[in-house]
Design a protein around this ligand. Structure first.
Ligand code: HEM
Length: 440
């Protein structure tokens, strides 16, 4: 069992280091990550050190026991990675918080994305899916990524703001360009005097100002809504909790947090859905079993398919932490204070010792078993595990069910789509192309 604790005894081993110039390592990490990681793992094993721009000297881990140690480390041992997505969404985002404020924020938000709340979103997910697929062309190839993005964006907007109001139309236009640019710039430090200047940071700033204006209008509507007590959306819940006492969200954090939930909560799920359709096109046996189950009203195999899809095509391939204690031991390796630790989720998912023939798409691996950390880590792990994990699985389940109830998907032996890295998420390079026909 790996051992991670704060210690003052003399150093144990240092992790093996990738000995290439920082720039080359950075290019490998940014543009050829899968290939680079595979070759570094082959050479150095499942814990080694790289040195890359933005994260600096970073320990890359994909051994399950060591990953477990990182995930279960206390907040005193490991804090959030720097830089993190708080740079993009703002300091009031859960991504940017640590310690007690992070814990309290998660406690505040969690009920909206678990348990009974999920059930109440089902009608919205079905409605948005049916609306989106009403005009799908039949008998010709269709990229699933964009329709899935529209469905998941609409679903998260309705989950957060409730009824469809005209302001949501403005957000539907604003969020996609904000996402596209923001993902690319998320870890790039802004020059000191960028506000109001032309260029990518200026564009992001403009979009952000427009977002805040729209959100303030929607929050003001919620505050004045006589039916606020009956509403089940996230804003209504936050407004009811109030901003003043300790249990509520500080007003200056509200826009950062809502932006976080919207951005983190839709493209990831859309990418995972697009990958699932990409896989189903090439696996007629899985598709047939799924359709038979849908028609019989079941869901167990569909759940297993979603879990396997998230494994075999990992959407977020890295989760990061930073050593906060004076040092931390991972197995027999000692990591000094301040070092970044990167959990390589994709390499964990592709480990043949955990998953025999890991390249095979085989939902039966997960039939009747629970996918659990540290061997299945699509949503990360520990105190920073994805807040929307249950929500995302439930949404994927309902979208997949609704599509399969209404459409048949043509299967063939097309070559696998390659992966395209958008800056945060990995999507199918051709958008997850499938040909559908409406079922009689
Ligand atoms: C298939 C879809 C999704 C995937 C693959 C995914 C993946 C992840 C991963 C890997 C992390 C980092 C966890 C860690 O550091 O250990 C994360 C964090 C997060 N995710 Fe998701 N996510 C998805 C959907 C969602 C949804 C639907 C929401 C919101 C409704 C959401 C909100 C968040 C937030 C707020 C965090 C930050 C948690 C924290 O720092 O405490 N995600 N997600």
């Amino acid at each position: 069992m790996a051992d991670l604790r704060e210690t003052s005894t003399p150093a144990r081993l240092s992790p093996p280091r990738v000995r290439l110039p920082k720039l080359i390592q950075g290019v490998g990490f940014a543009f050829f990550r899968r290939k680079a990681m595979r070759s570094w793992i082959k050479r150095h094993g499942r814990i080694f050190e790289i040195n890359v721009p933005f994260f600096g000297r970073s320990i890359v881990v994909s051994d399950p026991a060591l990953v477990r140690s990182v995930c279960t480390a206390s907040a005193e041992q490991m804090s959030n990675v720097q830089p993190n997505l708080g740079n993009w969404f703002g300091p009031g985002s859960v991504f940017g918080l640590d310690d007690g404020t992070h814990r309290d924020r998660r406690r505040l938000l969690a009920p909206a994305f678990h348990g009974q709340s999920l059930k109440s979103y089902e009608d919205v997910i079905v409605g948005e899916t049916l609306r989106e697929c009403a005009n799908w062309p039949q008998g010709q190839e269709l990229r699933m990524l964009e329709p899935m993005n529209r469905i998941t964006l609409n679903v998260i907007l309705r989950t957060i703001f409730g009824a469809d109001r005209p302001e949501l139309e403005e957000l539907r236009a604003l969020i996609p360009p904000y996402m596209k640019l923001g993902q690319l710039m998320a870890f790039v430090p802004a020059p000191p005097s960028w506000t109001g200047r032309p260029g990518p940071w200026g564009r992001l700033d403009k979009l952000r100002t427009a977002f805040d204006r729209i959100v303030c209008t929607l929050v003001a509507h919620a505050e004045a809504d006589p039916g606020l007590g009956e509403r089940t959306d996230v804003v209504a819940f936050l407004v009811r909790r109030g901003y003043g006492d300790e249990a509520g969200i500080p007003p200056m954090d509200l826009c950062d947090e809502l932006l976080t939930l919207i951005c983190a909560g839709h493209e990831t799920t859309a990418s995972a859905l697009a990958w699932t359709f990409e896989r189903l096109r090439r696996h007629p046996d899985v598709l047939e079993e799924l359709v038979t189950e849908v028609d019989a009203g079941g869901s167990a195999f569909r759940r297993a398919t979603i879990v396997e899809s998230l494994r075999v095509r990992t959407v977020i391939d890295v989760a990061g932490r930073r050593v906060r204690a004076p040092s931390a031991d991972l197995g027999d390796v000692r990591i000094p204070h301040g070092r970044t630790v990167l959990i390589r989720i994709a390499d964990l998912h592709e480990n043949p010792e955990i998953y025999p023939h890991p390249e095979r798409f085989d939902p039966h691996r997960f039939r009747g078993t629970r996918a659990v950390a540290p061997t299945w880590l699509a949503f990360g792990g520990g105190a920073r595990r994805c807040i929307g994990a249950d929500f995302a699985i439930a949404e994927m389940d309902v979208v997949l069910r609704t599509v399969l109830q209404n459409f048949s998907i043509q299967t063939d032996a097309a070559a696998d789509e390659k992966s395209h890295f958008r800056g945060i998420a990995h999507t199918p390079k051709l958008g997850g192309r499938v040909t559908v026909n409406r079922r009689k």
